[in-house]
Design a protein around this ligand. Structure first.
Ligand code: ACO
Length: 431
């Protein structure tokens, strides 16, 4: 037996195996714990719980490292495209030229959305949040696209994965066009994945969209930075829901719902709202910082802090540099960028933020980049969701293929009443 951990309960000592990951991280294997000791573990928020073994993404929160399939995210942001990075995440290796061509052709072939689905988009109330719409529509995909006759399970999964990657992007653009009361723009076979999205969003019969390679690059980088982040809240939701062996669309729809939350993907929208409030208050950030420091106030500085990163989020660094590039190219001066930079500077010198290891996360500069690209604020989290799709898909696929895979069913420490008797209505005391 290799390395073990000893656990002493009463007068008994139990030995548990220790697993070592490929980057040297250690885990105590407690799979037999309850069977041999009768005890379970208690870990609200799962901060100490490894729920799976995964070969997809490595992150080191202390050193600020993020790699997809071993490749640093910095290198992918500089050299890759979102489509290539998606292939890498899902298949485990960079595609050859032929593989990439095949993948691009498949994405193009699946880019249209069933015409009948448009009725759903039109019938949502105008005030509906795009994340609610997206999660419902992704769940509806199984009804519109049932399993094809003659397709094996594996073929069906490949079709589901490509369909999702391609259609979610089209669906996001459709919901924007419909919310504006504009004519829907269809995907074009001559445009790349990211260029197609920008065209579907912004092309109009009275103002044809002028494609700019730098904006296409910026969108590629934005989506690459969001493509995966190991076992975060939404990915865990996808894995948990997927563990019931539900179809991929339903599992992804659960991930989209989780991502909607302001403590997770919803933070990119919340950051912009916060920066706007600071701007409206004449740029005085001290009251916001004071509220963030106050333990009795639930307010948090949005775009700051991370469950895993206890240093600068490597994605935030790249995002910040990209924001500067895009604003310079478009010759835009965004006062929210000035506020964000000042806020970062002040917070990084502030004892509270230093003591709590609070640094900007990916969402801090993301909103400013999206604003510059013309994306409306309430679609920011949808942009995150499109980016995270290859991650969710690859994690779902890894889980489905995992021989150790089980239905997720955590336990609890029950702290409620002991056995209690039913009282008839006239036996109950009026409060
Ligand atoms: N502003 C002020 N204080 C903060 C912040 C913040 N943004 N984040 C954490 N803290 C403080 C907490 O108040 C707590 O203080 P205390 O120990 O004195 O009570 C301490 O830091 C630890 O906070 P937790 O909530 O336990 O830390 P956790 O690891 O769960 O938090 C989270 C991670 C949820 C991201 C948190 O930092 C936060 O709420 N940030 C703001 C929202 C945000 O930007 N979310 C996006 C995250 S990135 C992503 O999902 C893509």
């Amino acid at each position: 037996m290799g390395e073990t951990a000893k656990i002493i309960l009463g007068d008994k000592t139990y030995e548990l195996p220790v697993i070592t990951g490929s980057e040297g991280e250690k885990a105590i294997d407690i799979t037999k714990l309850r069977a041999i000791t009768g005890h379970i573990t208690y870990d609200p928020g799962f901060g100490n719980t490894g729920a799976c073994k995964s070969a997809i993404t490595f992150m080191d929160g202390e050193k600020g490292i993020l790699r997809y399939r071993g490749i640093p995210v910095e290198e992918l942001a500089e050299k890759s495209t979102f489509v290539e990075t998606s292939f890498l995440l899902i298949n485990g290796h960079l595609p050859t030229r032929a593989e990439l061509n095949r993948f691009s052709v498949l994405l193009n072939d699946h880019s249209l959305v069933h015409e009948d689905m448009q009725a759903f988009f039109t019938n949502f109330p105008r005030s509906a949040h795009p994340m609610g719409i997206l999660s419902s529509m992704v769940n509806a995909l199984r009804s519109f696209y049932p399993k094809l006759d003659g397709h094996s399970k594996d073929q069906d999964i490949v079709v589901q994965m490509t369909r999702l990657l391609s259609k979610v992007r089209t669906m996001a653009a459709i919901s924007y066009k419909i919310s504006m009361g504009h004519k829907v723009v269809y995907p074009r076979p001559d445009l790349s994945y990211c260029a197609n999205f920008l065209n579907m969003m912004f092309d109009s019969p009275v103002r044809p969209y002028k494609m700019d390679d730098d904006m296409v690059k910026a969108l590629n980088v934005f989506w690459i930075l969001h493509a995966d982040h190991e076992q975060n809240c939404s990915t865990s939701a996808v894995r948990l829901v997927g563990s019931a062996r539900v179809n991929l669309y339903a599992a992804i729809s659960a991930g989209i719902s989780a991502l909607w939350g302001p403590l997770h993907g919803g933070a990119n929208q919340a950051v912009i709202q916060m920066l706007k409030e600071i701007h409206a208050a004449g740029g005085d950030m001290e009251p916001f910082l004071a509220r963030a420091r106050d333990r009795n106030d639930p307010f948090r500085l949005m775009g700051f802090g991370h469950r895993v990163y206890k240093t600068y989020d490597p994605r935030a660094k790249i995002m910040k540099a990209m924001v500067h590039k895009v604003l310079a190219k478009l010759d835009i001066h965004d006062p929210l960028l000035d506020i964000a930079q000042k806020l970062e500077e002040v917070a990084l010198r502030d004892a509270y933020f230093i003591d709590h290891n609070l640094y900007p996360n990916v969402d801090f500069y993301a909103g400013i980049l999206l604003r510059a690209l013309g994306i409306p604020t309430d679609m920011f989290t949808v942009m995150f969701a499109i980016g995270r799709l290859p991650g969710w898909i690859s994690q779902w696929k890894e889980a489905q293929d995992d021989p150790d895979w089980k239905l997720h069913r955590p336990r609890q420490v029950y702290v409620g009443k002991n056995e209690n008797k039913y009282l008839y209505m006239d036996e109950r005391l009026e409060l």
